[in-house]
Write a protein that binds this ligand. Structure first.
Ligand code: ZN
Ligand code: ZN
Ligand code: FE
Length: 757
């Protein structure tokens, strides 16, 4: 057929998150509506379309596609080319094609959509109560994908051939389940089984077991959870004891938004985060006087981490009288998340009373994400994982592909491809053998999924980090060591696309400095390539190394020692955890200076104040003293403590001994710890504001980046941000990755990219 007048043929190529999000059916419907002919096809390079029709409808087609894509799609790149006329008779969806280069992006997992939820609760529907219901707009993605392009055969759904009815839906471009790769129903799809620890089927309703106080291991999307009735103190205590988790808060899954409001006070941003397709755990304020076993769920805190059911399976755990469950990752202490049935039955046999398992494999393990809404109504990540990974963070420039190895604790790695940075899910503490094994496997899988072979590897200066050792062992790649706090600084610059030099105030627990000291409260001036240190917290001699992170009372004692010769009676009064024997060893080490290292850690300062106030002398989880100190602060208190900033050589030295002096006087006067905590927070805000003003005067730099794990503290981050804004600084914080070590790989990556360019 010849090309009619006013007609043309276009070839369109679209890159981004365009697979597994209903893109092709969307294209099909749009083309059919506009009476265009041609085809659409997935490939590992993205989506390709050829369309023929009148100029007018072609224009409409491209306009609507670009401006009104399906809700879950993310278009990164869109190109249109005029091509010769073929004369197609209809519009069709063609088979996927494998290209040598793979540039498609894999979608993160998506919480169940409203339509699927309706299917599951409708008794007339063939998917009534079916736990694996999904459609093009929702369901598992990253956790089941083994390879790209994203087709059923490349997922852990490959072993479930579709029944006739499912196949009909899958083949019908007008159906919501058209090409929904994990499409399934009770006839053909995965099944759940409830078993006892011996693996024998339990013929009971799981909700009845939960109501009786049982602990149930539930295989979810990215791994197993341990579920227990959050209103049953005996069940919650049993879970704590069996999981060997003394104090770390448990997350709660609530039946619906109404239940969330019943137990918590929720603002609009928090609500939209809870209801988002990412469905993270959102840390919110708990409502006073509810019947939750709160002191057991989150000892010492005033917040709760809550989330909504995000798979149909989760809905089956609730009913009229069971509306809130503890849903905590199923692992023992700091080991990896458990993802398969066999390991669950072995490792959790003394933890769970029952196991709600299923036969769909989890390929990529992925923890729940944890987020909060700041007072400035921006999202703040504690952990970026399910729902967000493997979404890309867009960078301002491109380079050779980089692998950034990440940090030791709360590890994530990052791989760059072009202008995109892909952060991995959370691997935890790499000192644990199994975490490290998963991390190595994760790197392999990301490389395959993204089809990149990194030519550059970036890693932390610390020679003992597992991630750094791994990086240095890689052959044939350019190796770029990156200072820890510089990486924190660059993570914010990467997110916001900042160019040029900025001031960076980086506050965290531990990072190796260029002078061999343990840094942690650092004022840097730098860009994505280099930095100079402009100031830091006065060094404190650290004896006992990592022990101090677990025992805040030791840090308090070190501050007392630095402060006065009355340290012993003060320690005896305010640090009952410090035994005479331990005190003696510490004093001897301080004299002999073995083992000894200087530290400017900000995290340890918060710990020390947490300990001296008696709020939290011992950390049962990372940062406990600091978060409990924050939770106790009286937000109406305006007082603060004195401090000194000395300009020595080219460095500003922040001296907090005057602060300690008055803080101890407050303690001796029996001032409530809520007031003391507030005064301490206020002082840190003033100290940092003063410091940044002096640095601005000295350097002429007006843009400030705030990062590091201490900025998880909302009183500090939000208070300091507002203070700096009122003094006409430009202020930038992490919003897409955590300010803690979970975000550091992004900073390492962009520094390496800048250095190799
Ligand atoms: Zn759906
Ligand atoms: Zn079926
Ligand atoms: Fe850090």
């Amino acid at each position: 057929m010849n090309q009619p007048a006013d007609h043309a043929a276009y070839r369109i190529h679209i890159k981004g998150i365009v697979q597994g999000v209903g893109f092709r059916p969307h294209v099909y419907r749009l083309a059919t509506e506009l009476e265009l002919t041609g085809w659409v096809r997935n490939s590992s390079l993205g989506v390709f379309i050829e369309v023929e029709g009148t100029f007018g409808s072609l224009e409409q087609f491209t306009h609507r596609l670009l401006n009104n894509p399906p809700p879950l799609a993310l278009i990164r790149d869109f190109s249109v080319q005029n091509i010769p006329w073929t004369g197609y008779e209809n519009f069709s969806i063609r088979e996927s094609q494998l290209e040598s280069s793979r540039e498609v992006m894999v979608s993160p997992d998506i919480a169940i959509c409203e339509e699927c939820r309706q299917d599951v609760i409708n008794q007339e529907n063939r998917r009534y109560l079916y736990p694996f219901t999904n459609c093009t707009n929702c369901g598992p993605r990253f956790t089941i994908i083994k390879d790209v392009p994203y087709d059923r055969a490349a997922t852990t759904m490959a072993e479930f051939p579709m029944c006739e009815q499912c196949r009909t839906e899958y083949d019908n471009p007008m159906d919501r389940r058209f090409h929904a790769q994990p499409n399934a129903c009770p006839v053909c799809g995965p099944q759940i089984t409830l078993v006892n620890p011996g693996g024998q089927p339990a013929d009971t309703d799981v909700r009845e077991l939960l109501k009786q106080g049982a602990i149930v291991a539930v295989k979810s999307l990215g791994g197993l959870h341990l579920a227990a009735d959050a209103r049953n103190p005996a069940a919650v205590s049993a879970l704590r004891a069996r999981k060997k988790r003394d104090a770390k808060p448990f997350a709660l899954m609530v039946r619906d938004m109404d239940t969330a409001e019943k137990y918590c006070v929720i603002n609009p941003l928090e609500k939209s985060l809870l209801c988002s397709r990412e469905a993270p755990i959102v840390v919110v304020r708990s409502r006073k006087g509810s019947d939750l076993a709160e002191d057991l769920i989150r000892p010492g805190l005033d917040t709760l981490g809550i989330f909504l059911p995000y798979t149909p399976l989760h809905f089956l755990l609730f009913d009229e009288s069971l509306d809130v469950l503890i849903m905590t990752s199923a692992n023992i202490s700091d080991e990896p998340l458990i993802t398969d049935n066999q390991t669950a039955l072995e490792k959790l046999k003394d933890v769970a009373d029952y196991f709600l398992l299923h036969n769909r494999d989890i390929y990529n393990p992925c923890d729940d994400s944890v987020i909060c809404a700041t007072a400035d109504q921006t999202p703040h990540f504690f952990r970026r994982a399910r729902g967000y990974v493997p979404g890309a963070i867009e960078l301002r420039f491109t380079s050779k592909p980089v692998l950034a190895a990440g940090s030791e604790m709360k590890n994530t790695f990052c791989i760059t491809r072009g202008r995109e940075a892909y952060l991995s899910q959370h691997w935890g503490d790499l000192n644990h053998y199994h975490n490290y094994q998963n991390y190595l496997q994760g790197i392999e899988r990301f490389q395959k999924m993204l089809n990149v072979k990194p030519e550059v590897v970036a890693y932390d200066l610390h020679p003992e980090y597992q991630a750094s050792r791994m990086a240095k062992s890689l052959q044939g790649v350019q190796q770029i060591p990156v200072q820890h706090h510089h990486a924190h600084l660059a993570s914010v610059m990467a997110e916001h696309g900042l160019e040029g030099t900025v001031l960076g105030l980086i506050c965290d627990g531990t990072g190796l400095g260029t002078d061999g000291a343990i840094w942690g409260c650092e004022l840097l001036a730098g860009d994505c390539k280099d930095f100079t240190r402009q100031g830091h917290l006065q060094y404190l001699p650290l004896i006992g190394g990592d022990l101090n992170a677990q025992r805040p009372y030791r840090m308090a004692f070190l501050y007392l020692q630095a402060l006065s010769n009355k340290s012993v009676p003060l320690a005896e009064r305010f640090l009952p955890c410090l035994s005479p024997a331990e005190m003696e060893i510490m004093q001897k080490s301080l004299v002999s200076r073995i083992p000894y290292v200087n530290t400017s850690s900000c995290g340890r300062l918060f710990d020390a104040v947490g300990a001296i106030t008696g709020i939290c002398p011992v950390n049962h989880y990372d940062g406990q003293a600091a978060v409990e100190l924050e939770a106790r602060a009286d937000r109406s208190e305006r007082g603060s403590y004195p401090f000194r900033i000395q300009a020595a050589d080219d460095l500003f030295i922040m001296d907090v001994l005057p602060l300690w002096q008055v803080l101890i006087e407050d303690l001796l006067k029996n001032i409530p710890v809520e007031i003391i905590s507030a005064r301490f927070h206020n002082s840190m805000i003033e100290l940092f504001a003063d410091l940044l003003r002096s640095a601005r005067d000295r350097t002429g730099l007006n843009r400030v980046v705030l990062s590091g794990g201490v900025f998880h503290n909302q009183i500090l981050s939000s208070g300091l941000r507002n203070r700096l804004l009122s003094e006409e600084f430009q202020v930038f914080l992490n919003q897409q990755v955590p300010p803690g070590d979970g975000g550091i790989s992004l900073g390492q990556a962009i520094i390496a990219m800048e250095r190799v360019n």
